[in-house]
Design a protein around this ligand. Structure first.
Ligand code: E4P
Length: 218
């Protein structure tokens, strides 16, 4: 399972990278705005700075919602760095854009996915990654994890190569359950990754080991 961090914050990306378990980064327009990044040049430079930290894929989202605009923006984003994956919303022109980029050999991440039907469309169009938003489904009393299970099953039935990238992951159990269900990737905030470290018996056991060692070495 690959771990992507879902942020545009350079310090958090560095911290996750230094832990040695980070495979990539996802961003979205809200996350870029949160870091105060605006204007074409600043956005491009920020994506480049992210690419310079990590070894693998960095999702950068288009703002346009029409086919021509998405193609123009996506091509410009893809030129920033080989690690860039063009993130495209699950809308009609988005599917056409994914098909176009797939035939051009440009990687895509189909975002804002909330149903199995949308997942089938994106895979048929040749998306490299599919981002079902599980936390946002949970927010409205639909089970986001059920959707992951359904999509993994459908993709296995047909050997679709699109990777299931579980997004809107809010806590450690989301991540663990996604691993059980066979999601290819999870993207989540830093606190979800570091949250995996925690267990009171680890803390208690380590304290005991250190105390015993200190006693024996007085
Ligand atoms: C992923 O690509 C999305 O940007 C992200 O996971 C959305 O998460 P949220 O629902 O917590 O905003």
């Amino acid at each position: 399972m690959k771990f992507f961090i879902d942020t545009a914050n350079l310090e958090e990306i560095k911290e996750a990278y230094e832990l040695g378990v980070l495979d990539g980064v996802t961003t979205n327009p809200s996350l870029m705005a949160k870091e105060g990044i605006s204007g074409e040049d600043k956005v491009r430079n920020h994506y480049k700075a992210i690419c310079d930290i990590v070894d693998d894929k960095v999702s950068a989202e288009v703002i346009a919602t029409d086919f021509d605009g998405m193609i123009r923006e996506g091509k410009a984003l893809a030129k920033i760095d080989d690690k860039i994956v063009v993130k495209i919303p699950m809308i009609k022109d988005g599917i056409k854009a994914i098909k176009y980029f797939s035939s051009e050999g440009i990687r895509t991440n189909c975002t804002l996915v909330f149903s199995a039907g949308q997942a089938i469309l994106a895979a048929k169009a040749g998306a490299s990654y599919l981002s079902p938003f599980i936390g946002r489904l949970d927010d409205i009393a639909f089970d986001g994890l059920d959707l992951i299970a359904q999509i993994v099953h459908i993709y296995q039935n047909y050997g679709f190569e699109t990777e299931v990238l579980a997004a809107s992951v809010r806590h450690t159990m989301h991540l663990v359950k996604c691993a059980e269900l066979g999601a290819d990737v999870v993207t989540c905030p830093l606190k979800v990754i570091t949250g995996l470290l925690n267990h009171p018996l680890t803390d208690k056991g380590l304290a005991q080991f250190l105390a015993d060692h200190a006693k024996a070495n007085k």
